[in-house]
Design a protein around this ligand. Structure first.
Ligand code: AMP
Ligand code: TRP
Length: 334
């Protein structure tokens, strides 16, 4: 792994099965980066517990995300795949950055506002509030140049940049200031029942999302029932968010341009288009599902991967943390 390569870092929370949104907005893009960059892909279990989690589900989902990473084509010999809680430097840098992040900044995060609205009564944890400073720590520990994420993470990334700049200004240059890396197509896959909001695994209506664990028929059914409009013309328009979303999904998977897809469906009804989108998705997800299921049967292999990943990540993370501790004035133990 050459040191001259630029560094990429990204992560996904192990909170439930992954959606088509996670796959097209994040993982699928990552698979194209492995040769050109020094890549770290993390499973952010510490972020997952910012809202209440059943321990046994968290364990299961963590291994499932790892298996999805590998099944989607991330080769553990080429990229570093690891679990966040295995590298304690994340929590340690997270604390230092908490002390550099302002209350007002955290209060303005739209993800916090959305998630705290969903937590009825007063069960909003301090962890949910300071989630973005832990995310900044994830990124800054590896001197990351680029962070490939979906559109929904842009605001968190802006904050990570602000924190990096603030630290560098206060204590002298320590962190690389990371840039977002957001694809034009597929960066925001929308909810199939309400295409004005993003597809999310935390939605209460299971028809609103496609899970990577859904079988072929479930996928077909969900696309058939997806909400569109009454215009009946397949075209790219902000007034037709349902169709726009389906066009994005189709284009992201096949690589065909939206214009060319629109041309082909001219004069055809929505139901043919929906069925074809479903088939494209079914064919993309089927091999991934089979490979994931096979990997999940081999727990020893998964353990080997995450142990090796944690070792590699730890080496880099420790170096950054040591610098940070020295700069803020902590006395080294040795
Ligand atoms: P999360 O599931 O919130 O941990 O998200 C993991 C990754 O998937 C992040 O890079 C998100 O930006 C991306 N992501 C999540 N939902 C969507 C979506 N509906 N469309 C596109 N990307 C998404
Ligand atoms: N907050 C991200 C999400 O919900 C997950 C995440 C945590 C992350 N740490 C990260 C993404 C670091 C990119 C880089 O999608």
């Amino acid at each position: 792994m050459g040191n001259d390569k630029k560094v990429i870092f990204s992560g996904i929370q192990p909170s439930g099965s992954l959606t088509l949104g996670n796959y097209l907005g994040a993982i699928k893009n990552w698979t194209t980066l492995a040769d050109e960059y020094n890549c770290y892909f993390c499973i952010v279990d510490m972020h997952a517990i910012t809202v209440s989690k059943e321990p046994k589900d968290l364990r299961k989902n963590t291994l499932e995300v790892l298996a999805n990473y590998i099944a989607a084509g991330l080769n553990p010999d080429k990229v570093t795949l690891f679990i966040q809680s295995h590298v304690s430097a994340h929590a340690e840098l997270g604390w230092v950055l908490n002390c550099l992040t302002y209350y007002g900044e955290l209060g303005r995060m739209t993800q916090f506002k959305d998630k705290s609205k969903k937590q009825q009564n007063s069960n909003i944890t301090a962890g949910l509030f300071t989630y973005p400073s832990l995310m900044a720590a994830d990124i800054l520990l590896y001197q990351t140049d680029l962070v490939p994420v979906g559109e929904d993470q842009r605001q968190h990334l802006e904050l990570a940049r602000d924190i990096a700049i603030r630290f560098n200004n206060k204590y002298s240059k320590t962190f690389v200031v990371p840039e977002p890396y957001i694809a034009k197509i597929g960066a925001k896959i929308m909810n199939l029942q309400d295409p004005t909001i993003k597809m999310s695994k935390s939605d209460t209506n299971d028809k609103s999302y496609i899970l990577l664990t859904d079988d072929d028929d479930e996928i077909r059914r969900k696309f058939k029932r997806s909400v569109t409009d009454s215009l009946g013309i397949v075209k790219l328009s902000n007034d037709q968010p349902g169709i726009k979303n389906l066009l994005g999904i189709y284009s992201k998977i096949t690589g065909e341009t939206i214009e060319s897809i629109v041309e082909r469906y001219e004069g055809k009804g929505y139901s043919i288009f929906k069925d074809d989108v479903a088939e494209v998705v079914v064919n993309e997800l089927r091999p991934l599902r089979l490979k994931r299921e096979e990997l999940l049967k081999n727990k020893d292999y998964l353990q080997e991967v995450f142990q090796k990943g944690a070792e590699k990540a730890e080496n880099t993370a420790r170096k950054t943390l040591r610098k940070v501790y020295k700069k803020v004035g902590f006395i080294p133990r040795y």
